[in-house]
Design a protein around this ligand. Sequence first.
Ligand code: CUA
Length: 194
Amino acid sequence: MKDPIPLATFPHTPDAGAERAARIERRWAATSIAIIALLVVIAAYAGVHQAVMPQSRIETADPRTLHLAGEFIESNLGSDLQPDGSVMVRAIGQQYSFTPQCIVVPTGTPINFRATSADVVHGFLIDGTTVNTMLVPGYVSTISTRFETPGERHMPCHEFCGTGHEGMWGKLRVIDKTAFQQMAANRRRLSCVE
Ligand code: CUA
């Protein structure tokens, strides 16, 4: 039987190991802080330059009186051609539908959405675009976009809002600019609800 290898064969230097561990730990701590700092800068930049959430301007709308007075009364919902050529769309989310259920907008036009909720938190998302915001009762959500090609897109509610959540869908129909302007000449608030 061989003698066990004497421990002294492996020089044990605890100080070097601890120092190395501390160095690696500091490096990871610095990396984590750098990532957080980068995210804060991205969020601040997006907030200031693109007015994305959190909304740069807080506007309120009382969900209890939405249907009685103010800009979200039913006759004021839908798409509205503005004097400057842009289109303002006003909409409401409620358990479990959007009003209007089908939103119509023109191609090649700046579109501004103003929407709110009549009850609980809903999601406002237009499939295949960057339009994605929450409808929070008591607050007006605003988001701007434009569409270059005609077509139809889905608008699924993407915030769980109750038992009927999965059935809460709307539609957005993008139509040719001239056709939209012809429609707007006859009616003030447009939608594609049939
Ligand atoms: Cu409304 Cu989910």
